[in-house]
Write a protein that binds this ligand. Structure first.
Ligand SMILES: Cc1cc2nc3c(=O)[nH]c(=O)nc-3n(C[C@H](O)[C@H](O)[C@H](O)COP(=O)(O)O)c2cc1C
Length: 199
């Protein structure tokens, strides 16, 4: 898959087909994350794959906001994710990064994008998520205190086709009459600065 085309066409997917995700596809995502750039090459990130039918609804329950809206606890939305990858930070490895603790968050972002793009290449949609209850997720998955829970990536075969469009001011997502989600993106001219800023 052409990397540029992939970067342009990728959209966050929040509605999935009722079709299981092969474990190998998820493992491939993590292998790509493993080789992502890492500050001082300390590689503090570790990963969990959740694809077990019993656990999927329990993880979904820990999500507090869905598509920007508060999600009432226990809501059983249709078309929920069919797998999750959780990016963890190994606190002991992070502590070795003397004076540069903030490096780790960049590692998480870069690893997440590798996961998302490799998922896309395999026909999988995804959505990075921060709006979940960390304590509850830790409890559900028995994650030791020696790990920080950095990011949840929801995955599955897409059952929606959101489109990006040039922003005309607002960056709020909106849905049209057919239920297609539109994602306004700031224009290239507005975000690209060449040479000096005007004094
Ligand atoms: C750090 C981060 C956290 C996010 N958290 C959530 C979330 O909790 N719930 C959600 O529905 N989407 C979440 N998103 C997805 C964004 O809403 C989405 O990327 C944005 O609306 C742009 O849409 P696009 O990904 O299709 O370009 C998150 C994205 C990022 C980068």
């Amino acid at each position: 898959m052409d990397v540029y085309k992939a970067a342009l066409s990728r959209r966050s997917i929040r509605r999935f087909k009722d079709k299981p995700v092969p474990y190998d596809a998820l493992e491939k995502c993590i292998n790509a994350a493993r080789l992502a750039p890492s500050g001082m090459n300390r590689q503090p990130c570790e990963y969990m794959i959740i694809d077990d039918e019993q656990l999927l609804p329990k993880v979904f329950d820990t999500i507090t906001r869905w598509a920007g809206q508060p999600k009432p606890k226990g809501t059983l939305l249709e078309h929920t994710p069919k797998a999750y990858i959780i990016i963890l930070i190994n606190r002991a490895l992070e502590a070795e990064i003397v004076g540069n603790q903030r490096l780790t968050i960049y590692d998480v972002g870069l690893a997440a994008e590798n996961i998302i793009l490799v998922a896309l290449e395999q026909g999988l949609g995804s959505c990075p998520m921060l709006a979940f209850d960390r304590d509850e997720l830790r409890q559900v998955l028995n994650i030791p205190e020696s790990y920080d829970i950095a990011l949840l990536v929801s995955l599955g075969y897409p059952d929606e086709s959101p489109v990006a469009e040039e922003s005309t001011g607002s960056v709020e997502r909106w849905a049209d009459d057919q239920g297609v989600s539109h994602v306004p993106k700031r224009r290239l001219d507005d975000i690209l600065h060449r040479k000096k800023f005007q004094g």
